[in-house]
Design a protein around this ligand. Sequence first.
Ligand code: NAG
Ligand code: NAG
Ligand code: NAG
Ligand code: NAG
Ligand code: NAG
Ligand code: NAG
Ligand code: NAG
Length: 691
Amino acid sequence: MKLDSRWNCVWIAAVGFDGLRGVMAQDEGLVPMTFEPLPLGSIKPAGWLKDQLQLSADGLAGHEHDFYDYVAHSTWLGGTKEYSNLREGFPYWFNGLVPLAYLLDDSRLLDQVRSAADYVLGHQQDDGWLGPEKGNERNFWGRMPFFLGLMNMADADKTYERKIMDALWKSSGLMNSMLRDNYTGYHYHDGDKVGQGDEQWGRVRVQDMLITLQWMYEFHSDSHNATQLWETMDLLIKGSLNWADWYNAETYIKQDLNTLPVSITEPLFPYTHGVNVGQGLKAPAVFRRHTHNTSLIRTTQDAVSWTFQHHASASGAILADERLAGLAPYYGSETCTLVETMFSLSYLYQALGDNTYADLCEKIAYNAFPVQMSKDWWARQYVSQPNQPYSENLTKTPFWNVNSWGQTYGLETDYPCCTVNHGQGYPKFAAAMFVQVPDSGGHAHALLGPGSVTLDDGTSIACTTTYPFSNTLTYTITSPTALNFYMRIPAWTLPNSTLLFPSTNTSHPVSPDPYSGLHAVSLPPGPSTFSLTLSNPGIRVEQRANDTVAIHYGALVFALALPYIATSSPPKAYGGGGNEGLPEGYAPEEARDWVMRSEGEWRWGVDVRTLEVHYGGDMEGGEVWGKVWISGRGCEIEWGVLGGGDGEEGVPDVPPTGGERRCVGGVGEVRLEPLGGAKVHVLDIPVVELD
Ligand SMILES: *[C@@H]1O[C@H](CO)[C@@H](O)[C@H](O)[C@H]1NC(C)=O
Ligand SMILES: *[C@@H]1O[C@H](CO)[C@@H](O)[C@H](O)[C@H]1NC(C)=O
Ligand SMILES: *[C@@H]1O[C@H](CO)[C@@H](O)[C@H](O)[C@H]1NC(C)=O
Ligand SMILES: *[C@@H]1O[C@H](CO)[C@@H](O)[C@H](O)[C@H]1NC(C)=O
Ligand SMILES: *[C@@H]1O[C@H](CO)[C@@H](O)[C@H](O)[C@H]1NC(C)=O
Ligand SMILES: *[C@@H]1O[C@H](CO)[C@@H](O)[C@H](O)[C@H]1NC(C)=O
Ligand SMILES: *[C@@H]1O[C@H](CO)[C@@H](O)[C@H](O)[C@H]1NC(C)=O
């Protein structure tokens, strides 16, 4: 997040402290999750997904603790470096590194998270505050990602459980007294300034705190004051900015916000800021656990459907170059927004069990997110565009509050939040692949991908697959007792997906539950092996705005992949418009900033009737993205640059539509690749009909 000085938000609704009347009586308890997450550490990634996590560990995320100022020299660790008064750099990093370290059992990363946790827990202030802030600088927000990391660490590492729980309980006691004192911690002061825009962040992101507190309440409240914790959660909800106020038909803005007057959009800024939207999609479901308000299920459905219908790309990226935009293919999506959206959607599937959320989560994980990381995971974009045929320092940007380097790949181009926060993307996803199904005492493969899980009773479940690059998943399961096992069948499949049991050479059609998408199998004690073949309906053409289409095949989204030349330079500092270098020797050699220029024509119209899918190469691990591709035929069309001019000074405009669209060059072959690997691409493809 960053705020332009124009956007000093007003305090949206004055918080009135009206005593301790509960939002919900404690004796009702929390509404159970439809699916319970499994403790971090029980799930291990495999295959290509593990390779990507390893690249992240060997890349930027796994080295920030060594050198990156906002982690290594953060005020949380006794240093002086912060990129904003929110002091969120270290908490974001910790939230991603904890799952990365335990998923990979990587001793170097485990040392990093343990030493970081030791330092912060060892410096807990006498009154219980965790973190460096004193007095009225204290703002709950920075604690939210840090506590999520602690929660995962306590689950994964029994040697840390006791000291984490002691620290969290002490801290939650302080939070209770701060909230009772006119909601201190929600409206902190930064010097003389009160009521600045980011002051709202604790209030609009509080669901991320509640997840940890709900977990404490459910699993770690013995010998502690659970009544007080319940009251704390009540107060947090009462003093929050409530997403249900935004996700209702009267308030919600479906238009491109760039087309509206400031007087309409400004007061709603906390609800329209991209990262907040990504995080906040889960808020109604988190609140519902506490308030038992059933209508929040509907609120969640509206939140997800309106967001993805009106403000997102075909790859599931929320288009918000800081603030929600519209559907035009030149808008940007922040890397941080994507990782937060993935986490929210995986949470929503666990909380509510609606298959839609898991499909969307996979769509982002397998398409929108990976394209925003360089292939070696040492550089990330600040924003990516659906139509981005070059990734360069732009002379004309279409963005609301993103600088000219925003869509290049780098260490901290534009703003550091995505440097510290991108690391949670795949670790959180991998850690949510398998879940418990409490109703049946069984387990489910919820987010499909290669990985395994080992349960306390000795049951092991392993899935070998190159999904989403192929559609067969092979399971090897060993259980001491009979087991109910479930697989999630994505909604894009045809009804005839099948299970094949080689031991009996029998196959069965699947019959998934229409709401959750889960198909159940009852397995006997002992070993079982079977494979699931998802029935792929072939290429699916999604109509996008202005006579363009997006191409889906299985769980992958394909984009026109343009050949490009990448050149790198030492990393730039995010300040100074991105035109100043960082001090020599600051970052390891591998940390480079990249620009990518397309070599040939990007102005293609494509005839979708000519598209054909091809497979090639070894699908196991390594560079997976280019191993399935789509060929087709198209022609060069006239297609201008936003704001006029030609060449690569601006970004592609909306292409001409209808009769204005004509072939101006010869017919040629085009190549579409999975978006995840196609750094330089056109996702919303203009259609033409060739003779
Ligand atoms: C409570 O905090 C708000 C926001 O800072 C402030 O406007 C209000 O005066 C405070 N109320 C009391 C009773 O201190
Ligand atoms: C637990 O917290 C409640 C609510 O803050 C308080 O009234 C009660 O005295 C506390 N109980 C103990 C044993 O501290
Ligand atoms: C339940 O949530 C809805 C929003 O989904 C809200 O309009 C309604 O007031 C809430 N009901 C209660 C009792 O809080
Ligand atoms: C569709 O094209 C019109 C006319 O060029 C343009 O104003 C509009 O923004 C485009 N819509 C999208 C979603 O690209
Ligand atoms: C990058 O682009 C901006 C805006 O177009 C320009 O002011 C700046 O000089 C460029 N930087 C470099 C290093 O070319
Ligand atoms: C398995 O069954 C199929 C037809 O259902 C048959 O063609 C095949 O030979 C069988 N394979 C074995 C190993 O029995
Ligand atoms: C599903 O049915 C389609 C025809 O509708 C067929 O082409 C395909 O092979 C079948 N797939 C499976 C996995 O049985």
